[in-house]
Design a protein around this ligand. Structure first.
Ligand code: CP
Ligand code: NVA
Length: 318
């Protein structure tokens, strides 16, 4: 499955293309393949061995929200694959002036090989993808952040091996990260303990899960008890800033601190997608402590996304 630029010709039949809009867009077997490729690509990078497998390919990155890691990892990643990346944001493009998403999908996808979008509602990226001739990757929506969870699970795999059968505790907001972890739990066969303040939990219908891999806890300490991996995220995600004060109050007991890590498995890891607010969702002691792998998570965005772009454009290579 190798899309060519010729597909942009108006009369060419559209080849089916794979998107990565939600975590469940990749099945367990494909995820295992992807993690294997990630390891190889990361090792080559560490040895300064070129991996220009996407030479002459162009990635367009569309940002409607701020980013440090996502922009950097996609842009540097595409460069490391031998291709080029173009950054567009709502402010400086027609996207911010009301051009229909479907029209943008038609136009942008005729000029590049791959698109990454960070936006608000999941429906926006779905509409774009419905008209795109090239693979579209979700770089974060209100509902999902699949590239981050790919990197997080790869980070676990790198340190501990398979996630099958482990227990992951999600402490805090039922946000895009929580929904994505819920999909990952179903895809990869681990248990997800969730604890959120009342009214802030995930909804299975939004997360797109059956709920068979989820257990809900009112008390965050109980959610963390025995967990092999404890993860959290900001109390107020991008786009929800007007709720910030109310959330600070509601989430006060949902802080991952040393007491909480003490009830988790003794070898438990701590993860956070970053950016973090020390003293809010996590104590400095935990995020800067020995169980924290937050810098590895950030670094692994680079490599897992290179494996993802390679897979979406070239399919399986071994
Ligand atoms: N974790 C993450 O996606 O970070 P950015 O918002 O900096 O891209
Ligand atoms: N849940 C956070 C993640 C940021 C990377 C947000 O959406 O703002």
């Amino acid at each position: 499955m190798e899309p060519s630029h010729a597909l942009s010709a108006p009369t060419a039949a559209l080849a089916p293309c794979r998107h990565f809009l939600q975590f469940r867009d990749l099945n367990a077997e494909e995820l295992t393949y992807l993690f294997g490729r990630t390891r190889l690509i990361k090792e080559k990078f560490k040895r300064y061995q070129p991996h220009h497998i996407l030479a002459d390919r162009t990635l367009v990155m569309i940002f409607e929200k701020a980013s440090t890691r996502t922009r950097l990892s996609f842009e540097a990643g595409m460069h490391q694959l031998g291709g080029a990346a173009i950054y567009l944001n709502t402010r400086d493009s027609q996207l911010g002036r009301g051009e229909p998403v479907e029209d943008a999908g038609e136009v942008i996808s005729r000029m590049c090989d791959l698109v990454m979008i960070r936006t608000y509602e999941q429906a926006i990226i779905e509409r774009f993808a419905s008209r795109s001739r090239v693979p579209v990757i979700n770089g974060l929506t209100n509902e999902f952040h699949p590239c981050q969870v790919l990197a997080d699970i790869y980070t676990w795999v790198e340190r501990r091996g398979s996630v099958a059968g482990i227990t992951v505790a999600w402490i805090g907001d039922g946000n895009n990260m929580a929904n994505t972890w819920a999909q990952a739990a179903e895809q990869l066969g681990f248990m997800l303990h969730l604890s959120s303040p009342g009214g802030y939990g995930i909804k299975a219908s939004v997360a797109g899960v059956s709920g068979r891999a989820l257990r809900h806890f009112d008390d965050p300490m109980e959610a963390a008890r025995g967990a092999h991996l404890v993860s959290t995220d900001v109390w107020t995600s991008m786009g929800f800033e007007s709720e910030g004060a109310a959330r600070k109050e509601a989430f006060a007991a949902w802080r991952v601190d040393a007491d909480m890590m003490a009830v988790a498995d003794r070898n438990a890891l701590f993860m956070h997608c970053l950016p973090a607010h020390r003293g809010e969702e996590v104590s400095a002691e935990v995020i800067d402590g020995a169980q924290s792998v937050v810098w590895d998570e950030a670094e692994n965005r680079l490599h897992v996304q290179k494996a993802l772009m390679e897979f979406l454009l070239l399919g399986r290579l071994n």
